[in-house]
Design a binder for this molecule. Structure first.
Ligand SMILES: Cc1cc2nc3c(=O)[nH]c(=O)nc-3n(C[C@H](O)[C@H](O)[C@H](O)COP(=O)(O)OP(=O)(O)OC[C@H]3O[C@@H](n4cnc5c(N)ncnc54)[C@H](O)[C@@H]3O)c2cc1C
Length: 239
């Protein structure tokens, strides 16, 4: 399988760095192909504007999605976006590796999504959710937190981690059609000590090697929604 890891940490010696380093080793050892976009090392520019394009649909008024649809038609994406699009379309499994920042993605990774998940080529015109471009492919978040697991339970101070990750898992990855696997989370990465971190690395190996058999998070399908994009009574009943 082809794995694409989008890695968002500025320090190669960080635990995030260790997780990505190990992922590459373990996956390649069993014959998978791995590409890593190390966003800080690449000095990836997360700012989205006219520099995303070599083409121009409307020179008087910049509307990103209009320009993306146009660039899709005329092959008008800037080289850095083009390169990421090719990796994205090449992969069978997409992994985001990142430290949780302000309950979300670090800006460099959010900016990568803003610039690379383009209208036309990646979504739009009925291509979304189960009809998405990446249907049949898998995606997974691998993240570290500062806070402990208990802080992210349903009754925890910070709230349920799955609600926190919903905008990424559902709003980004599922939106473009991926089957989204449960996240791999290292809780309190800086506080837990070397022994526990070593154990997490072993757990991550197992998660990576069992990706083909891992069931995706169950989201309702498009067919479960009515013309107002609300769950049909029949779908509510089956819950
Ligand atoms: C802007 C910002 C916002 C944040 N927002 C949040 C938030 O909303 N919620 C939250 O919970 N936290 C938050 N944090 C904290 C952040 O999530 C954690 O600091 C981060 O997840 C820790 O991961 P790391 O890779 O940076 O750890 P590091 O501190 O880089 O690494 C932890 C330890 O692992 C060691 N290590 C490295 N490699 C290995 C190895 N192979 N084996 C064993 N040990 C190793 C390192 O030497 C280090 O001692 C925020 C931090 C910032 C800067």
């Amino acid at each position: 399988m082809n794995f694409f890891i989008v890695h968002a940490h500025a320090e190669p010696q960080s635990f995030n760095g260790a997780l990505t380093y190990q992922a590459r080793e373990v996956l390649e050892a069993v014959g998978h192909e791995v590409i890593v976009s190390d966003l800080y090392a690449m000095q990836f520019d997360p700012v989205s504007d006219r520099r995303n394009f070599t083409s121009q649909k409307d020179p008087d008024y910049f509307k990103q999605q209009v320009e993306e649809s146009h660039a899709t038609e005329v092959d008008g994406f800037a080289l850095d976006i083009k390169a990421e699009l090719e990796k994205l379309e090449w992969c069978d499994v997409l992994i985001f590796q990142f430290p949780l920042w302000w309950f979300g993605l670090p800006a460099i990774l959010k900016g990568w999504v803003d610039r690379v998940f383009v209208m036309g080529r990646i979504y739009g015109g009925g291509k979304w959710y189960d009809n998405g471009v990446f249907q049949g492919k898998k995606a997974m978040l691998s993240l570290t937190t500062g806070g402990p697991r208990t802080m992210y339970s349903e009754i925890g101070l910070n709230g349920d981690i799955h609600s926190i990750l919903f905008p990424i898992n559902h709003g980004i990855l599922r939106f473009v059609g991926f089957d989204v696997l449960p996240p791999f989370i290292v809780w309190g990465a800086s506080r837990i000590g070397d022994e526990r971190r070593q154990a997490y690395l072993k757990e991550y190996q197992q998660r990576l090697l069992t990706i083909p058999q891992t069931p995706a998070i169950a989201y309702p399908s498009l067919a479960d929604f009515d013309e107002n994009f609300q769950l049909k009574p029949s779908a509510l009943e089956s819950d």
